[in-house]
Design a protein around this ligand. Structure first.
Ligand code: HEM
Length: 196
């Protein structure tokens, strides 16, 4: 299939949950407050999905599946930023008053959200091909801010939920993937040393 059609379908698929959230809110079925959970959780899930193919492909080998997953990694990251913005829109609609937002900005559960969002801005802003070519190695360094954004986003979740289990369940696949990458690399190093 033409790669533009594939990319278009990927974007459509990534937009569907957001459209359903907006639909349900516009219908009056749900309050903006009730949309904070799905939009925030979707942002975290997409960030994790964008981070998984690197270490997993490293361990299992770059077969067709991981190559295809890697090819849509940037789409997943940009969509994660989109859902974080949607989350902010629902927050603003819920608060409906700038003074009230400013009043609670000092709370750890709130400023961590703002910080996570701020950290997502530079990687999202340079996610297009031309920026990638122009920035070279620096492009990768800026993209690494996403890891910090994820950690702070998870802390934000823990602080608001008063429980660490959901955040940890989301982090677990990434931890496993990183452990597999380390195991794979040390196995490769040992093999190379024994052949030398
Ligand atoms: C723009 C700044 C942000 C603000 C002001 C903010 C604020 C909030 C608020 C008020 C809630 C609802 C807490 C409740 O249920 O009472 C929430 C939930 C949540 N936020 Fe944020 N947030 C921000 C950014 C983010 C970002 C960037 C992420 C993801 C990376 C995120 C992830 C989450 C998650 C996963 C929840 C669900 C917690 C639950 O289980 O209810 N937030 N946020």
């Amino acid at each position: 299939m033409n790669r533009y059609i594939v990319k278009g379908l990927v974007w459509l698929l990534l937009a569907v949950p957001g459209m359903l959230m907006l639909w349900s809110f516009a219908d009056g079925d749900t309050l903006a407050m009730d949309m904070l959970h799905p939009s925030g959780e979707m942002s975290i899930r997409l960030m994790i999905l964008a981070m998984l193919p690197g270490p997993l492909g490293d361990f299992f080998g770059l077969n067709r599946f991981f190559r295809a997953w890697l090819a849509i990694r940037r789409n997943l990251g940009v969509a994660a930023f989109g859902y974080a913005l949607l989350h902010l829109v629902f927050y603003v609609l819920d608060m409906s008053n700038v003074a009230a937002m400013l009043e609670e900005i000092g709370l750890p559960g709130i400023w961590t959200g703002w910080l996570a969002l701020a950290l997502m801005i530079p990687p999202a802003a340079i996610s297009f091909n031309r920026a990638m070519r122009m920035l070279g190695q620096n492009w990768k360094n800026v993209q690494r801010l996403v890891y910090l954004a994820l950690i702070i986003g998870l802390i934000h979740w823990i602080l608001l939920n008063w429980t660490w289990q959901p955040a940890l369940v989301h982090l677990a696949p990434l931890m496993i993937a990183w452990i597999l990458r380390i195991i794979g690399r040390s196995r490769r190093n040992r093999r190379q040393r024994s052949m030398a």
